[in-house]
Design a binder for this molecule. Sequence first.
Ligand code: GLC
Length: 734
Amino acid sequence: MTKILLAVLFLCAGGTASASVDQEKFIDGLIARMTPQEKLGQLQQLDGEADGHARSEHYGLARGGLLGSTLNVRGSTETNKLQQAAMDSRLHIPLLFGFDVIHGYRTIFPVPLGGAASFDPGLVERAAAAAAAESRACGVRWTFSPMVDIARDPRWGRIVEGAGEDPYLGSVMAAAQVRGYQGGDYSRGSRIAACAKHWAAYGAAEAGRDYNTAEVSERTLRDVYFPPFKTAAEAGAATFMSAFADLNGTPGTANSWLIRDVLKGEWGFDGFVVSDYTSVAELINHGIAADGAGAARAAIAAGVDMEMVSRLYAGNAAALLAKGLIAPAQLDEAVRRVLRIKLRAGLFEDPFTPAGGEKDVLLKPEFLDLSRLLAERSFVLLKNERGTLPVGRTVKRILVAGALAGDKAAALGPWSGDGSASDAVSILEGLSARAAEKGIMIDYVRGAGPKADLSDDISAAASAAAGADLVIAVVGEDPSYMNGEAASRADLSLSGRQQELLRALAASGKPLAVLLMSGRPLDMNWADANAGALLQLWFPGTMAGKAAGAAVFGDVSPGGKLPVSWPRSVGQIPVYYNHKNGGRPVDPANPENRYASRYIDLPNSPLYPFGYGLTYSSFTLTGLELSRSTVTVSGKIEASALLSNKGAVRADEVVQLYVRQLSAGVTRPVRELKAFKRVTLEPGASQRVSLEVPLPALGFHGTDMKYRVEPGEFTLWLGTSSEGGLEGRFYAIP
Ligand code: GLC
């Protein structure tokens, strides 16, 4: 009977439940029939086994309508089995299967920081869509991605999961990922619901130590940390995830201002907020709750709709209701939001997954090609002198050294979903294959890896270098424990005996190209001074070796740009390009002036600036033209310049537009990225590149915390990094 009733209700709700008014009526009807326990069931997410299996208790809970969602349960067979249990429940409310699809499900793409380095949002969107297709085929209907935390501190291991330090780049990449995962309608085809995380300012952890306290002014929150989240919400992100950390005295998971006032109030977000993993229970550790009941009450009051893994809602909400410590309306609102997203995700219409559909979708050739392409476009060439790269015609023998060269698992990076190292092409495999096609010999000596090991053999590497025409050293981090969550580092030097390896290789006197596989900027001062080339690979994903082979042998030119400033020293952190000027800035005309904001033992500048990256060619940017010299605050301005490829190879350049408001009611950054375009030019070709900025995008939150664009004088740069560039001026007028 109830199935028919549900179907009738459903049909009454406009059949496809696509009309939101009908959806709400459908939800009203469901809520009216739910018991308090069933309501709490919808707010409970539990963790499956790491291998994707559900736990035995999940079946009973699902059949009783006491489970709303799982994380990590995956695979069409496994999800269908557990879903059937939910569909057998009294109200047949389907489960929402979530999983951390952060940069790919089975086909692994470059880590998000690498994706951001591509400055190619269209490609990032396509990668997210491919990840969604693989996820959907495996029964996963919700990813805990994109991670959109602004990160200015490379000590923080999770910097790898986001788009770096810039609000504009972060916003563009956030929207691209949400569109990729969800498409226009995530109930359809191969789309899944997204989750913008971690709300908010999780990346501002003091000392770069994960889970640590963050103290951030409201203006910096609104002008720096919020924009990628707001863009994700505007792009239709189905869900948000509350942050673990204490932000200005209130943990994200108990922060009513963040969730109810800003997200759901100011921004009108109508999806649901899931806690982070046991972050509700952790409110006790924070000292914001004395016990489980207090923690449940605080999180519900703050607007956290679904509890991930801890069970304090289920265990305490009934008593809290009875005591009037939470209101029935709060509970119903949370249930409504969860049901709304389940409806939008098509779960009521289509709760199951085609059995065995994985085999037709996982590792599709077009997904692997996409992964290779994004990897190639994510690489950032930080140094290249004396034509070290690409491999020259005279090179007949190459030595590849470094444990990471052959490490397939490392190539996938952290948070690698259901990616399998056996699918991956290692850097060494890729280099060897390409070398073989060119008749070049490749030797490999492990030398040293991220962890000092008895098999380290620096001298073997050094002597092998003597016989090579080119030495390629692959060094960096082991992402299995050095990147991602709970992986903060106080020391950013190359770990193990890798630095010793580089010195020994360089001592051979042979040209040395360093390929860095890392999830953050590391201390590469020595390589910058001594290696012939330095190429940042990030963690390139399943097709790492293919992409590295193409870049090293010059089939493609690296064209990525840094999404984060690259410190010279940990002592500079936080160092970021969009900093304030201060009252005693260093005067370039008098850099030795003691009484300026500077170090006595290091320049203020990073080793490599945000937006920086070389290519195998050389570009010029000339002839800046501004569409207007005065613009109303509601208008827009266009800047253009002539980009020319003066080199001998086809290459990309990323033209970037920065602005600075010279004087305003509050201090403004010395530069802010407001537009960019990645352009491919054949050797000898030129193209006038034009970028447009709407003046409303140049605003900030004033002393009254209201967003505004203030009239005044602006400097505008068109350049190829956050330093230098063609400079112009314009005036914003009322
Ligand atoms: C983790 C992470 C979060 C992730 C969640 C589920 O602790 O903080 O980013 O999505 O738990 O795995």
